[in-house]
Design a protein around this ligand. Structure first.
Ligand SMILES: NC(=O)c1ccc[n+]([C@@H]2O[C@H](COP(=O)([O-])OP(=O)(O)OC[C@H]3O[C@@H](n4cnc5c(N)ncnc54)[C@H](OP(=O)(O)O)[C@@H]3O)[C@@H](O)[C@H]2O)c1
Length: 274
């Protein structure tokens, strides 16, 4: 059951995330471009993906369902119901349905895809593009047996974390899916401050990127040390870093970040309701 051989994977919606996932699946060798199909509302993005990735084009969503075994629903949450309702009855019992949409719960999926019990949610982030992403994975109880297949399909994209639906999946959605956006926000502050203090735009960008990359790589390669311990190695008593960190703590940066994460969780829930 966990082999992808002979299986056809259909992307319903051929936007940014589909292209990123399709490339990672093809580049990692998990699937051949001949196994990958896509449909899209407007023609241009689909044509581009067909040209650049060598995937197969479905004339419409109906054809995608006819041709494919695994259907990846990759439309925006706002477009979800409009896309699925007209074709809901054409999903077969043995279709494997993978939803990327933020906010759309497994319960909502059960109502929409009433024939199939092979329901899975995946929450990727954009570094999947370079094989360094995080992909949150959760599934209906009836689809547990499909997890190895999903790992085979998505593991080229990066680190897969299997979690329960509800709070843990929301946390991965915000911490990793949106998290990339939050990290870039911090990187922009770094870069701007460095520029204001005399570095060129390019130097400021490089220093920022290398600092984030270096810290992340160091943490990755020092798995026996906690993040706390790694941080302590940078801080000497009454030193430069300590002065900055004291100030960060006084200004309650953690509170601001937690508050922002909670706001993002609320938006994730709203998307599911709308
Ligand atoms: N981007 C991320 O970082 C990220 C991360 C995690 C999860 N996701 C999830 O991934 C999903 C896709 O996001 P995205 O950023 O890739 O959005 P996107 O670039 O806007 O792609 C969505 C695509 O769906 C197509 N579409 C809309 N309605 C359709 C329909 N009825 N039939 C066929 N195609 C239809 C759109 O076609 P048009 O060309 O006509 O607009 C568009 O190309 C979302 O649910 C999002 O929550 C995204």
């Amino acid at each position: 059951m966990d082999t992808l051989m002979g299986k056809k994977i259909g992307f319903l919606g051929c936007g940014n995330m589909s292209v990123v996932l399709m490339s990672s699946m093809i580049q990692s060798g998990a699937v051949d471009p001949q196994q990958v199909w896509a449909s899209n509302r407007s023609p241009r993005k689909l044509e581009n993906a067909v040209q650049s990735l060598g995937i197969q084009k479905a004339a419409n969503n109906d054809e995608l369902l006819e041709k494919c075994d695994i259907i990846v629903i990759a439309v925006k949450p706002q477009d979800y119901h409009e896309a699925i309702e007209p074709i809901a009855s054409q999903f077969e019992e043995d279709h494997i349905i993978v939803s990327l949409a933020a906010g759309i719960s497994l319960d909502s999926m059960k109502r929409l895809f009433f024939k199939s019990s092979n329901l899975i949610r995946v929450m990727p982030n954009t570094p999947v593009k370079i094989g360094k992403g995080v992909l949150g994975l959760t599934c209906a109880h009836s689809a547990q047996h499909l997890l190895p297949l999903m790992e085979n399909l998505f593991s080229g994209g990066g680190y897969i974390v299997k979690v329960e639906e509800g709070e843990p999946f929301e946390a991965v959605t915000v911490g990793a899916g949106s998290g990339v956006g939050f990290v870039f926000e911090l990187m922009l502050y770094w870069q701007e401050w460095l520029e204001e203090h005399g570095l060129s735009r390019e130097e400021a960008r490089q220093v920022t990127v290398q600092t984030f990359l270096g810290a992340s790589e160091l943490a990755l390669q020092s798995s026996s040390l906690s993040l706390d311990e790694l941080q302590r190695k940078v801080v000497s008593k009454k030193g430069v870093t300590a002065a900055g960190l004291d100030s960060m703590r006084e200004l309650e940066i953690e509170r601001a970040i937690r508050y922002s994460f909670e706001k993002a969780v609320l938006r994730d829930r709203d998307l599911g309701k709308s």
